[in-house]
Design a protein around this ligand. Structure first.
Ligand code: PLP
Length: 386
């Protein structure tokens, strides 16, 4: 029996995306593959709503995407402002420091996000070279007010790097209109492809900052100097080589990006909002408290929920026994006190009801009698039928 995969990445992917992976391995010099790679790059630009940006598709996970941004834009001694909403913001700071940046954090209490006024007050203490924001921090399910934060960075002439690993193609993001310099993501979350690809769209301003570097990028693999000619060549219909591209995954990426654009970005964002609303109605009806401190900062791509009184991490196993895979906590301060449910990519009304139902049964099997059976399902159903 196959479980329903409802963790915050990797996510369940479409059958056509899987079929692309099952086809014979394309050579990186095949005419067909060259066309596919070129189209995938153009589509990535569309997904980020960044017609003016340079796309990069590199073999690696989301953490490499973070390093692909930081390694190229940081020189030793540069100051960086990290808008910190959880574990992945800490990781960004860790990478920045490794590349020689002096990091300042701007934080909110756990479960919240700093607002533009707070960030602007820090930006005034600059000059900073760059600011990073985690669009959705997967450890807290906090959605940052990314548009206002990016615009604040712009007003101060600071490069804005946005980690969209748990958001891209699930949460609204208008890279060019908002003026973000790097939007980075990975294949295995809302982009709907198995793990293995680091994806970036980089503004002309960020490329120029990279060109003006005084010291070379500290390691070879993430250096845009190696990848830029490859991306430009494939987009122009010609092959180029630095390191072997993951040809099968790139074909799967092209299929998924095509599906995302066919659904329409606005329709896709709205579907994620709607499914998240149904989940939130269920959590509230079941008396489950969310980790984000308000609806305004609650992500639409996943939920993070405290275990109810008397319950612990064994709930995750009990939900699995009911046929749905969810995830435990991740934030070091409260890892053992909460769990996470992913709701991105192909998430449908059926998935919402199946997941809420499984959690209800698991709570009951665990001896939790606070909510009557069906309360959460009914609340979700009310939103979904609306
Ligand atoms: C998952 C995630 C990452 C890390 O991606 P990996 O593919 O696990 O390296 C980084 N940032 C955010 C916001 C994430 O959700």
């Amino acid at each position: 029996m196959r479980d329903l995969l409802m963790i915050p990445g990797p996510v369940d992917v479409d059958a056509d995306v899987l079929a692309a992976l099952a086809a014979p391995v394309p050579g990186h010099l095949d005419a067909d593959f060259i066309a596919t790679f070129g189209r995938a790059l153009k589509r990535l630009r569309e997904i980020s709503l960044a017609p003016g940006a340079q796309p990069f598709v590199v073999s690696g996970s989301g953490t490499l995407a973070m390093e692909l941004a930081v390694a190229n834009l940081t020189e030793p001694g540069d100051r960086a402002l990290v808008v910190n909403t959880g574990y992945f913001s800490d990781r960004m700071a860790f990478i920045l420091e490794r590349h020689g940046a002096k990091v300042t954090h701007v934080r909110a209490p756990l479960g919240g996000a700093p607002d533009a006024a707070q960030v602007e007050a820090e930006l005034r203490k600059g000059p900073f070279k760059l600011m990073t924001v985690t669009h959705v921090d997967t450890s807290t399910a906090v959605l940052a007010p990314v548009e206002s934060l990016v615009k604040a960075a712009r007003r101060h002439g600071v490069l804005a790097v946005v980690d969209g690993v748990c958001a891209t193609a699930g949460e609204p993001f208008h890279q060019d209109a908002w003026g973000a310099d790097v939007y980075l993501t990975a294949s295995q979350k809302a982009v709907g492809v198995p793990p293995g690809l680091a994806l970036l769209t980089v503004s002309p301003r960020a490329l120029e900052a990279w060109r003006q570097r005084k010291v070379p990028v500290a390691s070879v693999y993430p250096d845009w100097a190696e990848w830029l000619p490859v991306m430009e060549a494939y987009e122009a219909g010609k092959p180029a080589y630095f390191a072997t591209p993951p040809t099968s995954l790139i074909r799967a990426l092209d299929v998924s990006l095509g599906q995302i654009l066919a659904e329409g970005l606005e329709a896709r964002f709205e579907r994620h909002r709607r499914m998240a609303r149904a989940f939130r109605a269920a959590w509230s009806a079941m008396g489950l408290r969310m980790l984000p401190t308000s609806e305004a900062v609650a992500a639409n791509t996943l939920s993070a929920l405290y275990y109810p009184d008397g319950m612990d991490a064994s709930l995750v196993g009990r939900v699995k026994a009911q046929g749905v895979a969810i995830a435990g906590g991740l934030h070091p301060e409260l890892k053992t006190r909460y769990f996470r449910v992913g709701h991105m990519n192909r998430v449908t009304a059926a998935d919402v009801l199946a997941t809420v139902g499984a959690i209800e049964r698991a709570l009951q099997a665990g001896g939790h009698r606070a909510t009557a059976s069906g309360t959460g399902v009914a609340a979700a159903q009310a939103v979904l039928s609306d």
